[in-house]
Design a protein. Structure first.
Length: 173
């Protein structure tokens, strides 16, 4: 079980970091440029910004590059079943951001406003998309996916609550 936890978390760190960072950026330029879809609702909303998009990918990738650098040293203590490469970190980081944008797009199609709670979609859109994208080039253990599907909503809710307490978010979800 410990192997599943360590390898699952080691794999997903770039996506987690990419998903976390845009909240800290407080971007100003909406990525949809306030354009509306044919249904009359915004494409994405004010919460999805160009600054958040690019900074999320960059921060997630930088954290992944740090992992790549640390892999040889970490190998003295634990032998990972998975080794990051520059391509995996970029795919995980980009996948997380694009997955979050897709989730926002879906929420707007249902007429939900920014910040409206949508359990499962809010917590797993970035995870599922980043895993799907990176699985094109690597094989991911099914047990890691199951672990991540269970732990991510808990971590997501905790981090959102923490960001709310720090006044980085308007709502605790």
């Amino acid at each position: 079980m410990l192997d599943i936890i360590i390898n699952g978390l080691w794999l997903i760190i770039p996506a987690y970091c990419a998903n976390l960072f845009p909240v800290l950026m407080k971007g100003k330029i909406p990525i949809d440029f306030k354009k509306k879809f044919v249904d009359g609702h915004r494409l994405l909303g004010d919460g999805k910004t160009l600054e958040g998009f690019f900074s999320g990918i960059i921060f997630g990738s930088l954290m992944g590059i740090l992992q790549i650098y640390l892999q040889p040293f970490m190998g003295q203590f634990y032998v990972f079943q998975f080794q990051h490469s520059l391509l995996t970190v970029i795919l995980l980081s980009s996948g997380a951001i694009v997955g979050d944008l897709i989730g926002s797009f879906v929420k707007r199609r249902f007429g939900l406003e920014r910040g409206a709670p949508t359990p499962i979609l809010d917590q797993l859109d970035f995870l599922i998309f980043s895993l799907a994208v990176v699985s094109i080039i690597i094989s991911i253990e099914f047990s890691w996916v199951i672990f991540l599907l269970i732990i991510t909503p808990l971590l997501h809710y905790s981090s959102n609550l923490f960001a709310f307490m720090l006044k980085l978010k308007d709502k605790p979800w």
